[in-house]
Write a protein that binds this ligand. Structure first.
Ligand code: AMP
Length: 285
């Protein structure tokens, strides 16, 4: 496994692989890897001959009062894990090369249709930061396939749209959410939780999502009522709800009576962590 830090080095490793006719799979991450990231790696390995994992905490996607400084950086541990998984190349990018003139003056990519709702509403600039860095990483790595987690459902939708709209030559593949036994979606930010928050409180997000799904599948169509009930249940469980939205899977707009592919997206604060989760399913209309 090669661990590289510069654009020149990652491109030289990849061009060697491409020269041998290998298909390049790419998994962009912010590091502090867990089982969720590893399912993405496995998926990329199923589809490609050489997998590149990037590890980069992208300052552009963090707001002024968010956890950019405290975000867990565990490069050594991450590389040991990726080595066990026989990853070919780890690209641990550096800010001085990603944003040489600072992130504010950098060219930005915005997917306006999808980035103002859900997480984009509470975190202005978040998805612009993601779309910008992902574009840059795609241009550096030039992968055949890139794998993203459904855990970040809105992010996946934004990347898919960006790639489609801008004719980027990469196949985007989604991987299902990896969960802890309790149902809690795996996340680097789970590390901010106390034992009690992690075991007793945070898993309620998935429980409440699953309950809402069951209620809808049983025929309830008053989405506003379901949403209000879920907000109350989240608060009761000790979670400060941010949003709980029932949406069309493709447009991410509020679900209407004709929609048969639904996603429920939720976010809330548990102690020091802001957690997100979602569940998608079809219904008969
Ligand atoms: P991050 O390091 O949080 O930026 O995540 C990097 C990639 O891993 C993104 O595509 C995420 O959607 C994905 N990911 C994070 N957590 C999970 C999870 N629990 N299950 C599946 N994919 C995940």
């Amino acid at each position: 496994m090669k661990i590289v830090h510069t654009i020149a080095d990652v491109q030289s490793c990849i061009s060697g692989q491409k020269f041998e006719g290998k298909r390049i799979g790419f998994v962009p991450t912010m590091g502090n890897l867990h089982g969720g990231h590893l399912t993405l790696v496995k998926k990329a390995q199923e589809l490609c001959d050489c997998v590149v994992v990037s590890i980069y905490v992208n300052p552009l996607q963090f707001g002024p009062n968010e956890d950019y400084d405290s975000y867990p950086r565990t490069l050594e541990q991450d590389c040991a894990l990726l080595k066990e998984y026989s990853v070919g190349i780890v690209y641990a990018a550096r800010t001085q090369e990603i944003y040489p003139e600072g992130s504010d003056s950098h060219t930005h990519i915005s997917v306006d249709m999808l980035d103002g709702m859900h997480c984009g509403k509470s975190r202005p600039g978040f998805f612009r930061g993601i779309a910008t860095v992902v574009t840059k990483l795609f241009n550096i790595v030039r992968p055949d396939v890139a794998v993203f987690g459904e855990k970040d459902f809105q992010q996946l939708a934004i990347i898919r749209k960006m790639v489609r709209d801008m004719c980027m030559p990469v196949d985007i593949v989604g991987a299902p959410i990896a969960r802890e036994e309790s149902g809690l979606a795996k996340s680097s930010r789970n590390g901010y939780l106390t034992k009690e928050e992690r075991e007793e409180i945070a898993p309620c997000i998935f429980e409440i999502l699953s309950d809402a799904k069951s209620v809808i599948q049983a025929g309830e169509r008053d989405y506003d009522l379901i949403r209000r009930n879920a907000f109350a249940k989240l608060a009761q469980a000790g979670i400060k709800p941010d949003y709980f939205n029932i949406s069309n899977t493709r447009t991410l707009l509020p679900a209407s009576d004709n929609d048969d592919q639904l996603v429920i997206l939720a976010a809330g604060h548990v102690g020091k962590a802001r957690l997100i989760d979602n569940i998608h399913f079809s219904i008969d209309v």
